[in-house]
Design a protein around this ligand. Structure first.
Ligand code: AMP
Length: 147
């Protein structure tokens, strides 16, 4: 049975809806951009979390930011993919949630992002909350509430 089956929206926590870290594709801060692009293309995701060597969350990197970095005047400078590292291009200005945060806080955070990272108090990566998970839960709530 789903963790949220019989819960009211006000009782649901971000941790109930998140995809846990073991199931999330990620890259490491010192990986070459070539590796990050491979992970993104193979997984089909537009962006993934960036973790440091101790599995703390440090940012997010996506296909668009990588392709922009290697875009020259007339061609993609593919050689840059092996010269540059993820930390040189990643976005560090990202929102972050805790597993204990409320559904409403998650809903608010997800308005401007397809996914938001979840980390514990020390910054260790716990998983991600996707817009899809929030929308699915809202749909379930609408269908089960007597209108
Ligand atoms: P979705 O809601 O499944 O369309 O996912 C939205 C975005 O969340 C994707 O484009 C990815 O950037 C990210 N995402 C979703 N699931 C995963 C996953 N298992 N691993 C890494 N990133 C993910």
């Amino acid at each position: 049975m789903s963790l949220t089956q019989d819960k009211k929206l006000t009782d649901i926590k971000v941790g109930d809806l998140m995809i846990s870290s073991e199931k999330v594709a990620h890259v490491q801060v010192n990986n070459p951009l070539e590796h990050a692009l491979l992970v993104l293309v193979k997984s089909g995701y537009s962006a993934v979390p960036v973790l440091d060597a101790s599995y703390k969350l440090v940012g997010v990197v996506g296909k668009t930011i990588i392709l922009n970095q290697i875009l020259g005047l007339e061609r993609f400078e593919i050689e840059k993919l092996s010269d540059m590292r993820v930390h040189e291009v990643m976005n560090t200005e990202i929102p972050c949630l805790s597993g204990e945060d409320s559904f409403m806080k998650g809903l608010n955070a997800i308005i401007n992002h397809p996914f938001v990272c979840v980390a514990d108090k020390e910054g260790y990566f716990d998983g991600i909350l996707t817009r899809r998970a929030i929308l699915k839960q809202l749909k379930r709530d609408i269908y089960t509430t007597d209108l």
